[in-house]
Write a protein that binds this ligand. Structure first.
Ligand SMILES: Nc1ncnc2c1ncn2[C@@H]1O[C@H](COP(=O)(O)OP(=O)(O)OP(=O)(O)O)[C@@H](O)[C@H]1O
Length: 369
């Protein structure tokens, strides 16, 4: 079976010698929604542009539906790209903007109009079809760009920060529409973003990039709960990380000796005794106890020794959410949130000693480097 899109050891070195993308491997199934996520300059846009054909590939292979694309020109690839600034023609009506790609391809007017009408209806743009884009709202312009990308019936739609120009509320609304549209049409979407929440909300899988390399490719939940590398652990979610040395295994958990005692967690890979390792705990997995809490006496049973002392630095209740700040013995801060049912107003006071605990199964042990 061939994948919709397959990148094998793809690399990009710009003419000035900048290695922008290094050994990029990815296999995408038809209809998947993939996000490229990472800090500015990590190579997301370069990779997207190589898929579109706007940027040459320096090394490796790129296949779409089993056909090698390295030397195929952008207009001959079954892809369509949507840019952050939408790149709409201000002097053309919405209808003409949307139909432009088909016009360039020389499609007859009747057939072109039918396709344009269909996509305008799908995106709810019929009423503004005869208007010019510069008289329309950001959300409407975003939809026009989407219509223009989809009307050519691409096999893969490439989106470069397509929601970046929208305000937060509109962004959220269009996110939902985009996801629904993608599932309805069954088209493969490759989406570039540096907004973590957007990638987590939209994608089937996220490719986390750092300095031109792929760090991890995982579904959002897995990325959040099971980071594979120190970079991902720091970049995704809100994790507390303890450094130490692997000291064997116990009941399937990896034991790590740290300055805070021996802590344990699951491991995604193989870690030998004596290896430098990090224990990564998502904020959502940490429970806070007062030392004299009767629950605390039983915590060893539940948390199997995973406990670190801390001092409360803040405790605020905002609506139904309790927000707790704590300081670890090494001075680092931990920020936690829970429903007020769990930590009711007044439960913790600033300056009090507390114990932070978590289940072994919810912590991940990864190589430190
Ligand atoms: N045309 C170019 N010539 C030389 N270097 C380039 C060119 N375009 C990008 N780069 C460099 O390649 C690296 C990757 O850039 P790229 O735009 O792909 O990153 P990005 O992750 O998309 O960043 P952002 O989120 O800021 O858009 C950066 O170091 C960038 O400076």
């Amino acid at each position: 079976m061939s994948y919709d899109l397959e990148l094998t050891r793809v690399g990009k070195v710009y003419d000035n010698g900048t290695p922008a993308v290094i050994d990029f491997n990815l296999a995408v199934q038809k209809g998947e929604f993939i996000a490229f996520l990472g800090p500015s300059g990590c190579g997301k846009t370069t990779t997207l542009r190589m898929i579109a054909g706007f940027e040459g590939i320096s090394s490796g292979d790129m296949m779409i539906k089993g056909v090698r694309m390295n030397d195929v020109s952008p207009q001959n690839r079954p892809t369509s790209m949507i840019f952050q600034n939408y790149a709409l023609f201000p002097h053309m009506t919405v209808r003409r903007n949307v139909g432009y790609g088909l016009e360039v391809k020389g499609m007859a007017k009747g057939e072109r109009d039918a396709k344009v009408d269909r996509i305008l209806a799908t995106l709810g743009l019929e009423d503004i079809a005869e208007r010019k884009p510069d008289k329309l709202s950001g959300g409407q312009r975003q939809r026009i760009a989407l219509a223009r990308g989809l009307v050519v019936e691409p096999h893969i739609l490439l989106l470069d920060e397509p929601l970046g120009a929208l305000d937060a509320n509109l962004r959220k609304a269009i996110q939902n529409e985009l996801k629904l549209l993608q599932k309805t049409l069954g088209i493969t979407f490759i989406f570039v973003t540096h907004a973590q929440s957007e990638a987590l909300a939209l994608s089937d899988r996220i490719v986390v990039m750092n300095q031109g390399r792929v760090e991890q490719i995982s579904p959002p939940h897995e990325l959040y709960t099971r980071p594979n590398t120190p970079f991902v652990a720091q970049f995704i979610g809100r994790n507390t990380i303890f450094q130490g040395t692997v000291k064997g295994r116990e009941e399937g958990s990896v034991m790590v000796e740290t300055p805070f005692g021996v802590l344990a967690g699951n491991s995604n890979g193989t870690l030998v005794d004596g290896a430098a390792a990090s224990v990564v705990i998502p904020a959502e997995s940490i429970d806070v106890f007062k030392p004299n809490d009767p629950e605390c006496a039983r915590r060893d049973e539940r948390f199997q020794g995973n406990a670190v002392g801390a001092i409360v630095t803040s405790f605020d209740v905002v609506g139904h959410v309790s927000q707790l700040g704590a300081k670890l013995p090494d001075g680092r801060s931990v920020a936690l949130e829970a429903h007020t049912d769990k930590y009711p107003p007044g439960k913790f006071s600033v300056g009090a000693d507390v114990i932070l605990s978590w289940r072994r199964s919810e912590a991940t042990v990864i190589p430190a480097h």
